[in-house]
Design a protein around this ligand. Sequence first.
Ligand SMILES: [Fe+2]
Ligand SMILES: [Fe+2]
Length: 258
Amino acid sequence: MRILFVGDIVGKPGRKVFSSVLPGARQSDGPFDFVVVNAENAAGGFGLTAKIMLELFDIGADILTSGNHIWDNRDGLPLLDEENRLLRPANYPPEARGRGMATFEKKGLKLAVLNLQGRIFMQALDCPFRRADEELTSLEAGIPVLVDVHAEATSEKRALALYLDGRVSAVVGTHTHVQTADEGILEGGTAFISDVGMTGGHGGIIGMESESIISRFLTGMPSKFVVCGKDSRMDAVVIDIDEKTGKSISIKRLSLDS
Ligand SMILES: [Fe+2]
Ligand SMILES: [Fe+2]
């Protein structure tokens, strides 16, 4: 089974480059059995709307994961309850809308996707390690599991990957928007990368125009972030999984411009 996992899509430039490079990626690295996309920044950098969610499905996303920014757009919040192809991190308190894991089926292949969020330099949430244990216990045996760990610290992401090694097929990091070069297969057969990167304008600062971000650093005052449209690229990974054993065979980084 071959999966394309696409790093955080940031605003219109992100959706545009996702749409323009996906057909080429399918040709050079496909076919993909599942396309999984982190969509937490898809609407102007902050959250999601129904229209933009449908746009991502139309372009070719099968499943959407998210993270801390999924709550930023109020219009998108009902989607977390209504759309079963949209996940939010599983370790939010039980009262939070939506869900953090689901099993998907396409052309006879099954894939479970689990979304988690880190706690280092981020909001205090429930323990992602224990929540992963709980979610995996409830899962039917024999289904490959892809985990999106949305976290700031590489240590926490690698700790989760090694903790889950051999129990899930892949652990891919998101949230920093910067692709790391540490991809590989862990001892137990779990594919891992600390961060897949970002799909959007790489010419600014993690997807935003540099001026507003620098101004915030210089003045300490809030400033309006503007989505960056320069140097658009789609950062992603291609993961091959042996669906009989659930172990990964390979993980390959992509960073494609249009
Ligand atoms: Fe993000
Ligand atoms: Fe994030």
